[in-house]
Write a protein that binds this ligand. Structure first.
Ligand SMILES: *Cc1c(COP(=O)(O)O)cnc(C)c1O
Length: 404
């Protein structure tokens, strides 16, 4: 007999202090329509379900929309960054400069290729990599800089390119957040250097798991081989009509390709991205309007020369005006069924990086201080106005209850 979990038969917790009728507001639910479902089903009914025509089409459409010279769809942004570092021949003995205020994948991939991630502090307003700190860390072993466009707000790319050009460094962008964002009028990913985008479930557009690496034709062709077992050109066609069973392995590559089932989902999400971003902007405007006058919190800032996208809405608490700290604030939001999060615990506070490189919190004063103030509020085009209203009420209530 099959035992099934029936949520209706689970008794409500008697100790629950939640207000009645309250429903949990998830942090970042995906926004999937019938069109995505149809596209996936059609691909499942087709004779080809893994990397093939849908993946090729996704790559072409991404290039067309966002001005990328070439693109390679992969099964994650992490895979794109790993392949990217290998494509740039970064290996043991090399150093790669990474902001400490990022997701672990940015530095993990540097470890994967045997190189050394050099963590640097960030700018207080955007939490993006600080070019002044980058300059201070350049050594003869430095090979690349990996800026992160935190929350969808582009990093200081003119400054980063000035440093890179001066020292002959590569720039590999962790573009997990900024799909369709612009820096001084140019789309992130439209350059000839490598940029790796994420289509993870919570990101601005999703394939559940997936990503796309952009860059020059030459770099992307090399990355394509490394990302599929190191087999030479177009080996994915080998089971198809007109494909050849013959291939040569030129390097021991990785299995990082994106299947057509997921690319079909991604193509619809890519088409719907402007509409989904419009809804995110609406929510952001509501949040910032509501919170701008509350002294216990600070709203996110946007620099004048960027067109950001909104992957995250990062509110900062003002510890001088509150009797509780950030962790307590998060607990209060959780009690009110608001699914908030923190992006990120900086890498220098994680045991692996702290221990391996002897890093201390005070080595990264900005990131360490801001880490204790940041709260990412629910943000998804799937959220209703009523849900956003409840998040605002919860934040206002916690601020007024614990103000000082
Ligand atoms: C999500 C994320 C990644 C990893 O993306 P995946 O597609 O899950 O591999 C890398 N860097 C940052 C900053 C991210 O937010």
């Amino acid at each position: 007999m099959q035992v099934r979990f029936d949520p209706l038969q689970v008794a409500p917790s008697p100790a629950s202090s939640k207000p009645a009728m309250s429903e949990f507001i998830p942090f970042s639910p995906p926004h999937i329509t019938e069109e995505e479902i149809q596209a996936v089903v059609e691909t499942l009914r087709s004779p080809w379900i893994t990397t093939g025509p849908q993946t090729k089409a996704l790559e072409a459409e991404f290039c067309e929309l966002y001005g990328a010279p070439a693109a390679l769809a992969l099964n994650s942004c992490t895979a794109g960054m790993h392949v990217g570092l290998m494509t740039l021949d970064i290996e043991r003995g090399h150093e790669v400069i990474v902001p400490t205020h990022t997701f672990c994948a940015t530095a993990n991939v540097v470890e994967h290729v045997g190189a050394t991630p050099i963590l640097v502090d960030v700018q207080a307003d955007t939490l993006n990599i600080d070019p002044d700190q980058v300059r201070r860390c350049i050594t003869p072993r430095t090979k690349a800089i990996m800026p992160v466009h935190f929350a969808g707000h582009p990093a200081d790319m003119d400054e980063i390119w000035a440093i890179a050009n001066e020292h002959g460094l590569e720039v590999l962008e962790d573009a997990a957040h900024p799909v369709s964002a612009k820096y001084k009028g140019a789309y992130i990913g439209s350059g000839s250097n490598l940029a790796s985008f994420s289509f993870y479930a919570t990101k601005n557009m999703t394939t559940a798991e997936g990503g796309i690496l952009t860059g020059s034709q030459e770099l992307i062709e090399k990355a394509r081989v490394i990302g599929l077992h190191g087999m030479d050109k177009d080996a994915w066609k080998r089971f198809d009509k007109g494909g050849s069973w013959k291939y040569d392995v030129v390097t021991p590559g990785f299995k990082y390709n994106l299947p057509d089932v997921l690319a079909a989902l991604g193509r619809v999400q890519l088409k719907r991205l402007p509409e989904m971003q419009a809804r995110r902007r609406e929510i952001v405007a509501r949040y910032s309007q509501a919170f701008a006058g509350i002294p216990q919190v600070e709203v996110p800032q946007v620099r004048s020369y960027v067109d950001p996208v909104w992957h995250l809405y990062v509110l900062r608490i003002n510890p001088d005006r509150l009797k509780i700290d950030r962790d307590d604030f998060m607990r209060e939001l959780a009690l009110r069924d608001v699914g908030a999060s923190v992006h990120y615990t900086p890498l220098h506070l994680h045991s692996f990086y702290a221990n391996k490189y002897g890093l201390k919190p005070e080595d990264f004063p900005v990131s360490t201080q801001e880490f204790h103030r940041i709260i990412s509020l629910p943000l998804s085009p799937a959220h209703t106005d009523a849900q956003i209203g409840r998040v605002i009420e919860a934040v206002e209530e916690v601020c007024s209850l614990y103000s000082c």
